[in-house]
Design a protein around this ligand. Sequence first.
Ligand SMILES: [Zn+2]
Length: 479
Amino acid sequence: MPKIIVANYFQETNSFHPNPTTYEDFNVHFGQDLFEAGREDINGALNIFSQRSDLEIVPTYGASMGAGGTITHECFDRTTGECLEAIEKNSAGADALFFALHGAMAAEIEKDPEGYILEETRKILGPDIPIVISLDMHGTVTRRMLELIDGAAILHTYPHIDWYQLGERTATMLLSILDGAKPVIGSVYTPTMVRGDELKTATGVHGTFIRHLERLEERDDVLAAGIMLGHPPTDCPEQGSRIIVVTDNNRELAEREAMRIGQNFWDMRERMQCVLHSVEEAIENAKKADGSVVFSDAADATSSGAPGTSNAILKGFLESDYTGRVLLPIRDEPAIKQAMKAGLGSTITVPLGGTRDPRFTPIDVEVTVEALAIRDDIPIAVLRAGNITIVAATQGGILCDRWMYPAVGQDPKTFDVIIQKLPHTPYEFYDEWAVRNMTIDVPGAASPNIKTLGHKIVPRPIYPLDEDMSFTPQVEIFD
Ligand SMILES: [Zn+2]
């Protein structure tokens, strides 16, 4: 009975986040708890595995969280130590490893944590046991990783809606390898950092690449095909984008298809940059708009690992003569404390913003406390400053929860401008009814104005930091 062991190591590092990620930030699962953690990627894999009665599936360890700052060395040391110990404990008689990764981790010293953990895992399992990995598309696959693995599958959708299918695709590839497939990975790296609307799979250039790769995946001799876009807020030595085509022993096909998409991807680099509007310009556009307008504060998107405490757009509105109704989210623990102390209906002056990000200075704003609520144990306050309704929460993650506004009785459709601390949302949220959606050029740890982030470690030249660079894509084979 083939024994497949399952592990998970998952975080998206934003190197420009002012606060580090520590062990307490991770959700850690030992043994069976990993299968009960509700991870969609692992659930998808378990669904595929459950369709065969001849498999033994063994959970080992998982350490996962969303996006955050650089992982402290202590945290990296402890999580990798625990993970490797659990893999080693379950390695006797193991025939394969399914490793659910993100691909965008960076620690204080180790800038390729996934490469490190795969290298140490390989030492435990030996050279012959297949290791397959699943990945978010926002990350870096290093050459070290590609040399150590037998196959990789990557998310196909942004906004991400195929986590479960990702698990299914990865598990199916793993079973094919166990059944005798001989994986050959063709990969093309491009020195690119990309952001913006063209990366929305449903409507952008990204989707045309993905549809080609999906068609490729339908072939019997293709095990997986995908694009690692890179994650610009992770400052790491192999930052860039990568096409990965895994075939069953078809080197020529892996080379040709990786090269075809790789060349196309490089040619499209300029289009895959974000179109940005200054706050002033966006406010002027909002005045002229014939309906609700969305301002995307992608620079402070908590989903991309920013703290959520930016007040740059708030400041823009306070300094403008805009009179329409504005709905604005912010993470601000002290303001909520003050609002709770003052009570519902009271008018107070609170410093807003900048609590966890020295890029921003708190601004004193006179507000009326309109509502106080708790959602998923997170205190939320609705504070009204004239035409601006501020929804403050004590935690960053909830700011990218699109149910936050309805949870405190605010219907975004009744506002003229809705600010969201997200790069994008699924179409049915906002874009379906808003007349315009603008990404605002403000500072922030996840700014889509990539040149402003302040990279120190990424390889140079890289686009768009070095706009006039020349580059000839080349295919690499890992088998
Ligand atoms: Zn992602």
